[in-house]
Design a protein around this ligand. Structure first.
Ligand SMILES: Cc1ncc(COP(=O)(O)O)c(C=O)c1O
Length: 367
């Protein structure tokens, strides 16, 4: 069975990480040391930002940004199509979450309708690593009303829109280095990137129990640090980010060349832009039953994973009381119609061919 994803590291990276692990264990410095600093420099470079602050998860990165903005009792606009963590982090920081409509991309007109100077923050999520072509317009709208735009870049390591990297559009970006992401720090991990020196300083306090350098607890932080071993693992992967993304893109382009127009439509990645390749997202033609496709593809030896995301936030029981009475047609349509094809770092081209054959046969048999 071809899996949707596998997280295996190549041999050269395993050797680099093992050497770093030995050095870390012998040094006795297990957190907030030189590996965290090097990792942060590499993350800042990836995002084109002045500062990166490593933390223990993407959820934490979001929560720290919201806490530093003091969103308590204020509205944070969150897309209906995203991971639970995007909204949950705002709730944990005390915000009132209001959803706006979004599919693969945000419905910028819907954000505009809901945006007032009283809003504490707008969050945009780069689903599957695709940057919305309207991001500059969205950033401009936020700037005009003086509301910070936060990029949830959990899927978007190395993505670019017309030469600007993910992380380069908002006031701050939150990154996840969870096991399934384009870069992982060995299981769990996250980071904040920003050009704002105040957020940089605050985030460093929040991740370390709200402490100043002289040990006074001044904000409601937590034990949200990244381990040195995690940082060294992520650093080894960031070293090859460009190469890995190019390889993922080759797989996506091959899928699109063979399958686009045959029951599936792939998002366009414009000239001069790049997609991280976190997910290979495609839309099924109306009338193709996704569940049947999954079953037939599985019989052909290909497992099609859950999408990003098949239940939007307004359909999640925990958020049942958000935006009562509103409808989210873009989110509902995207949730019902997209699939994610198998994709991982180092996927062999022969395996890609087997997926293409299996998906082609499966779609033909159910159309
Ligand atoms: C869009 C998005 N935001 C935030 C997160 C949270 O990241 P983490 O799992 O590292 O807490 C995820 C994780 O899957 C995600 O996909």
């Amino acid at each position: 069975m071809i899996p949707p994803f596998t997280a295996a590291l190549p041999d050269d990276e395993i050797a680099t990480v093992l050497a770093a692990v030995e050095q870390i264990l012998r040094s006795g410095r297990l957190v907030l040391g030189e590996h965290t600093e090097e990792f942060e420099a590499a993350v800042a470079d990836m995002a084109g930002s002045r500062n990166a602050i490593a933390v223990n998860s993407g959820s934490t990165a979001l929560e720290i940004i919201f806490r530093a903005l003091d969103v308590r009792d204020r509205v944070v606009l969150v897309p209906a199509n995203t991971n639970y963590a995007t909204a949950a982090a705002a709730v944990h920081a005390g915000a009132r979450v209001q959803l706006y409509d979004s599919g693969l991309y945000p419905d910028v007109a819907d954000v505009e309708r809901r945006l007032t100077p009283a809003v504490a923050a707008v969050v945009v999520v780069h689903i599957g690593g695709h940057l919305c072509p309207e991001l500059p317009r969205l950033a401009g709208l936020c700037e005009r009303v003086g509301v910070p735009l936060i990029e949830d870049a959990a899927h978007a390591h190395g993505s670019e829109l017309a030469g600007t990297p993910a992380g380069g559009f908002g006031y701050a970006a939150a990154w996840s280095f969870f096991a399934t992401k384009v870069v992982s720090t060995g299981g769990e991990g996250g980071a904040i990137t920003t050009n704002d020196p105040d957020l940089n300083r605050m985030a460093r306090m929040y991740r370390d129990q709200g402490k100043t350098r002289d040990g006074r607890h001044v904000v409601a932080g937590n034990s949200w640090r990244m381990t040195e071993i995690g940082a060294a693992t992520g650093r080894a992967q960031l070293e090859h980010l460009g190469r890995d993304i190019a390889a993922r893109r080759t797989v996506i382009d091959r899928y699109a060349a063979q399958l686009d127009g045959h029951g599936l439509t792939f998002p366009t990645v414009r000239e001069g832009s790049q997609v991280s390749g976190h997910k290979c997202v495609a839309l099924l033609d109306p009338g193709i039953d996704r569940q049947r496709l999954r079953c037939v593809a599985a019989e052909q030896g290909v497992e099609l994973a859950r999408g990003v995301y098949e239940a939007p936030l307004h359909a999640q029981p925990v958020f049942a009381d958000l935006n009562i009475g509103d409808s989210f047609p873009a989110a509902d349509d995207f949730a019902a119609r997209h699939i994610c094809l198998p994709l991982w770092r180092g996927m062999e081209i022969g395996t890609v061919g087997r997926v293409i054959d299996a998906v082609t046969t499966s779609i033909q048999s159910i159309m």
